[in-house]
Ligand binder design. Structure first.
Ligand SMILES: Cc1cc2nc3c(=O)[nH]c(=O)nc-3n(C[C@H](O)[C@H](O)[C@H](O)COP(=O)(O)O)c2cc1C
Length: 181
């Protein structure tokens, strides 16, 4: 990474690939980024806040309303000074909320607040990924200026192979570096 103190928000959605985002968090930190992590409620079913707090060295944001840690609002404080938001895994639900401009949880509210580029790493079953509604949302987000990495084809947790697998952490890191450069 050329500039060693890039501020990255890693937004983690509720997909099984969230476990790979813990590794991504570590790789971002090792590459010199300052990483703040935001988790959806669903994401916390897959990976705990303690994992991301330890890997990032910072408290983890999970709620819009957090007056002790973020008196101005978590979305305001996370967006301030952010150079890049990486959404990994980006669930079908998050893609839909971003495309609609819906703001009913921390990550969707943060998306609207951000002035920085957004890198989206979708992950879902092939059936979900191929659904017309999901593809419409992806197209809308591309038109809105979001950057995408993946998904790739391969083994999916629903025990099939197909398209919808989240890109590997190092691929996402490389896509982030390309945006920085
Ligand atoms: C075991 C399990 C795995 C899931 N994996 C995914 C996934 O990979 N992608 C996805 O879009 N939704 C997945 N879901 C469904 C989401 O968790 C659900 O749509 C949730 O509302 C997403 O919320 P969020 O976007 O706020 O995290 C999964 C659900 C379960 C129970």
């Amino acid at each position: 990474m050329s500039d060693s103190r890039r501020a990255v928000v890693l937004a983690v959605g509720g997909g099984i690939a969230a476990y790979k985002s813990a590794f991504l968090c570590s790789r971002l930190v090792q590459s010199g980024c300052e990483v703040r992590v935001a988790l959806t409620r669903s994401a916390r079913n897959f990976v705990g806040t303690s994992t991301f707090a330890a890997l990032s060295g910072k408290s983890v944001a999970t709620e819009v309303f957090d007056p002790e840690e973020h008196p101005l609002g978590s979305h305001i404080e996370l967006a301030a000074g952010c150079d890049l938001m990486i959404v990994a895994p980006a669930t079908a639900s998050l893609l839909s909320k971003f495309a609609l401009g819906q703001a009913d949880d921390l990550i969707s509210t943060l998306y609207l607040q951000l002035g920085s580029p957004v890198l989206v790493a979708p992950a879902m079953s092939e059936s979900m990924w191929r659904k017309a509604a999901v593809q419409r949302n992806v197209q809308r987000l591309r038109e809105d200026g979001c950057h995408f990495v993946g998904p790739s084809s391969g083994w999916l947790s629903c025990r099939t192979s197909g398209e919808g697998r989240m890109s590997e952490p190092d691929e996402i890191l490389a896509a982030a570096e390309a945006l920085f450069n």
